[in-house]
Design a protein around this ligand. Structure first.
Ligand code: PXP
Length: 241
């Protein structure tokens, strides 16, 4: 069974749009757990545009809910993560102007720093992952850096599928990377831009053990939750005779 990690950053995006407390990502995390997902993903960004420090603390203290915290290599963020000790961490690149994580880490350029960060987390028994582009070279570097897992950035594949373009080359690239990583005993995850179709396509790669899905899943949840909430409001608003 492929594990499903649910990224709830955008619940915090919606809360922050009002600057108040609803919808609370802590409650969303509890719903995710109750609904059968295997883990939760949150990204504490340097600009705190969605998830904030308090959310991380509270979500990481929910019992029996594995939390995957995405972090950049920023020393302040690493310090917070080491203190809070989530179950898993995933190191991601971060660019202040990006709308979302646009690509994988530049491993070649940041080898030394990333290796040091990985060893700090491993000392605390925290599973480590690196968010990388589907590149055989990056898989080989990942092995040298001592990571437990890699998460392959699936954004390009997702865009090709959504725009109905030929995607076999990108699919094969991801498949080859997954096989190499698996042979090197690195656990393979996939994430970014995944919807029903792209997830189904990628689920054919048996080496991928975990999918991390956020934006589309939260968007779909709005559609599937609307009927219940509207009916509930109608019930409240029914005039009493
Ligand atoms: N995995 C990682 C490492 C990410 O940075 C993101 C996006 O923040 C996701 C998965 C989820 O991507 P999406 O929101 O497009 O499903």
């Amino acid at each position: 069974m492929i594990r499903l990690g649910v990224n709830i950053d955008h619940v915090a995006t919606l809360r922050n749009a009002r600057g108040e407390f609803h919808p609370d990502p802590v409650i969303a995390a509890k719903f995710v757990k109750k609904s059968g997902a295997d883990s939760i993903t949150i990204h504490l960004r340097e600009d705190r545009r969605h998830i904030n420090d308090n959310d991380v603390k509270k979500i990481c203290s929910i019992k029996n809910l594995p939390v995957n915290l995405e972090v950049s290599t920023n020393p302040e963020i690493i310090k917070i993560a080491l203190k809070i000790k989530p179950n898993f961490i995933c190191i991601v690149p971060e660019n202040r102007k990006e709308i979302t994580t646009e690509g994988g880490l530049n491993l070649e350029k940041n080898k030394k720093l990333i290796k040091k960060i990985i060893s700090k987390f491993k000392k605390k028994n925290i599973r480590t992952s690196l968010f990388i582009n589907p590149s055989l070279k990056d898989i080989k570097i990942s092995k040298k850096l001592g990571t437990d897992c890699v998460e392959i950035h699936t954004g390009r594949l997702a865009n090709l599928i959504k725009s109905k373009k030929k995607f076999s080359n990108e699919f094969n690239r991801i498949k080859k990377c997954s096989i190499l990583a698996d042979n090197l005993s690195i656990e393979v995850h996939a994430g970014h831009g995944l919807d029903y179709k792209t997830s189904k396509v990628l689920s054919k790669i048996r080496e991928i053990k975990e999918f991390n899905i956020g934006h589309y899943l939260i968007g779909e949840s709005i559609f599937y939750g609307l009927e219940f909430v509207i009916k509930y409001f109608k019930k409240i608003l029914r005039k009493k005779k």
